[in-house]
Write a new protein. Structure first.
Length: 142
């Protein structure tokens, strides 16, 4: 992903909260690689995902026009949660790392809901998408 003006502060450094957006986009693309679209999941089977907790370690600043990649590795899943380890990189340089726990919620009540069997079956298949993937989002146009 490319760093745009909207991502930075007045000094051209990525504002710390925008890393959360980058992490969210990578998780969304990981889910899409598993064959699921969040807007469709909200309708059938009627679930949404919400961040339950996040811990970010900022190591180096990203700057205007940097080309970044964001990794997304599923560490584990519970009955109604997913836990990810994520990294934001500029080339091979680690800029930030994060641990993110996601809750699965009923779309109507926003109460905890079990992960759908369809998602669990994809995660347990031998040909499932890699547990760790590198996302470039939004797509980079060259």
């Amino acid at each position: 992903m490319r760093v745009y003006w909207e991502d930075t502060d007045g000094g051209g450094i990525v504002y710390y909260a925008n890393y959360l957006r980058f992490l969210e986009r990578a998780r969304t693309e990981w889910l899409r690689a598993c064959g699921f679209v969040q807007s469709q999941l909200a309708h059938d089977p009627g679930i949404v995902f919400a961040v339950r907790s996040v811990q970010v370690d900022y190591r180096r600043p990203a700057r205007l026009d940097d080309e970044l990649s964001v990794t997304c590795a599923l560490e584990r899943h519970g009955a109604a949660s997913l836990s990810f380890r994520q990294q934001v990189l500029r080339g091979q340089e680690l800029l930030a790392s994060a641990g993110v726990r996601i809750a699965c919620l009923d779309a109507a009540t926003l109460r905890p809901a079990p992960l759908p069997g369809s998602l669990l079956s994809v995660l347990s298949r031998p040909d499932a998408p890699p547990m760790e993937s590198q996302a470039r989002c939004p797509p980079t146009f060259r």
